[in-house]
Design a protein around this ligand. Sequence first.
Ligand code: NAD
Length: 339
Amino acid sequence: MKRALVCGAGGFIGGHLVKKLKREGYWVRGVDIKPHEFAPTQADEFLLLDLRDPENCRRALTLGQDPIGLRRNGEPAPGPGQTFDEVYQLAADMGGMGFISVAECEVLRNNALINLNMVHHAAEMGVPRYFFSSSVCIYRDMAPDEPPLSEDEAYPAQPDNEYGWEKLYAERVAMAYGRRYGMAVRIARFENCYGPEGTWQGGREKAPAAICRKVAQAEDGGAIEVWGDGTAIRVFTYVDDLVDGIYALMQSDLEGPVNLGGEERVTVAELVQTVIAVSGKRLQVRYVPGPVGVHARNFRKDRIRSLGWEPRYTLREGIARTYAWIAEQVEATRTQVSP
Ligand code: NAD
């Protein structure tokens, strides 16, 4: 049985990745600074640790001790002296544009500490395979009709925000450790992931979750406000597709960063209309000033497709599942506040 460590297992994508690895038959340890907010963890063990601290990184990577914050699923825990076969590093201090535009120092400091300490200790402790979750935020802004950028065209680098600069630096650190220690490093640049069991309120939520929440909260016949003018172009990737891609990449020989996202490019206005159509409500949309990020995105996907990966969900199907889950959360919150 292979053993995997998932850093950021208390978060959105990490939580779904744990489920995927369990389905694939792994023994899984999850680690995060907080428990998962929306679903009980499926990990065999779950450690509450702050991964900015190097000692905690070593602790997360060490098998055969009896750490705090532990949950066992009845599987025998691996003994001392054994290492993880695979480490998936998804822990990050992050959120949507509303968060990363105001928390530059936290994003740069916290994420650099987590990434430097995790990769350093994983390499030193002999981990054979290491995954790093990067982002298409490492790319520059694009014109709407520009041809797609390949992974190499991240350079000369001009990310639009500090979150992207830190990710680019962390990619380079991971690759340098891979070369020095002979560790197989796999890097995916995620493109706007969405789905159930992710942050949907509080300021860190991303556009698809925020729009689903606003639509779910609106009265039929009412209006919602959306940041920007609706013309920004994005690809939105359903979380089940994303974790399938992470797994396929980790099992592959593909070195260097790999773009991971679908081919369905839509404007924010089209995303909004998809959510409204799924909700069955009649709503007006008011576009208002707010942090929106780059204008357009368009990336080549030949590398991830060379592994046979294809998204299984259309935007409409993914939004239908996400909207249903967020509408339930909104309803539960209403029930809690009303007597
Ligand atoms: P998330 O915020 O839901 O998950 C990140 C997790 O990291 C959280 O549970 C958080 O508590 C944890 N964390 C933060 N600081 C920590 C610390 N000091 N020690 C331990 N854990 C800590 O975000 P997500 O959407 O699941 O993103 C996962 C990864 O994918 C991140 O690295 C993110 O930058 C990257 N990514 C996500 C998207 C997206 O669209 N969601 C896009 C590109 C890249």
